[in-house]
Design a protein around this ligand. Structure first.
Ligand code: HEC
Length: 189
């Protein structure tokens, strides 16, 4: 973990507010601040979808369920899937940054940490309540600035589904717990 005073030049365009935020953060804004701004948008969208769509329609009014097989089941996509679809769109548009939702105890094994720094970051946000993790790592020939933000169980919908899911390694999650982390990564010079 270390402080980062590097500068970022991002000329991204196109995908929703996140790419717009990265563009706004052209010359002169520290990586950490750009990552924080991107995270704010991701986190707000994620919470809004969970509370205003999943919690309301699945849990409160029981109108429709959410399922990872949402097309076959004619159900709502999961919050984690909405998040990944956004990340995939961004990856199609730009290599200036990437992001993912991971966990040390994932339902989907593909959502486990993929690098040593991701693991360290996920452990850090579980152990240090309310704090984010920032570091640098080298992957292949490229150096990256990597930030990890805690992903909280913001509503009853999160815990109900995760605690009951057949592939979930955890059954004791409570509202307010850290369930994983959002990883945001920039290539740096
Ligand atoms: C209706 C069920 C459901 C709801 C509601 C739900 N999740 Fe998930 N969540 C899943 C499933 C299933 C996956 C794995 C999906 C995948 O990657 O394809 C997942 C993935 C995740 C992951 C990535 C690690 C993993 O377990 O694979 C995190 C972190 C996570 N969810 C947190 C949350 C939080 C926080 C909320 C509430 C804001 C939430 N989930 C709401 C079912 C749910």
């Amino acid at each position: 973990m270390q402080s980062r005073s590097g500068r970022l030049t991002v000329f991204a365009a196109g995908v929703a507010a996140m790419v717009a935020a990265a563009s706004a953060a052209a010359d002169g804004i520290p990586y950490r601040q750009v990552a924080d701004m991107l995270y704010q948008v991701m986190s707000a969208d994620r919470e809004v979808y969970t509370k205003m769509v999943i919690q309301r329609l699945m849990v409160d009014d029981e109108v429709i369920t959410a399922s990872e097989h949402f097309e076959d089941d004619i159900a709502l996509p999961l919050p984690a899937q909405m998040f990944r679809f956004g990340a995939e769109r961004v990856a199609d548009e730009t290599e200036d940054f990437s992001y993912a939702l991971l966990s040390l105890q994932p339902i989907n094994k593909k959502n486990g940490p993929g690098t040593g720094l991701e693991k360290e970051g996920l452990e850090f946000v579980v152990d240090n309540e309310g704090e984010n993790f920032y570091g640098e790592e080298e992957l292949g020939e490229q150096r990256y600035f990597t930030a990890v933000y805690p992903d909280y169980a913001v509503s009853e919908a999160c815990i109900r589904c995760h605690n009951e899911h057949k592939d979930s390694p955890r059954t004791d999650i409570k509202v307010g717990d850290v369930m994983g982390g959002v990883v945001i990564r920039f290539p740096v010079d």
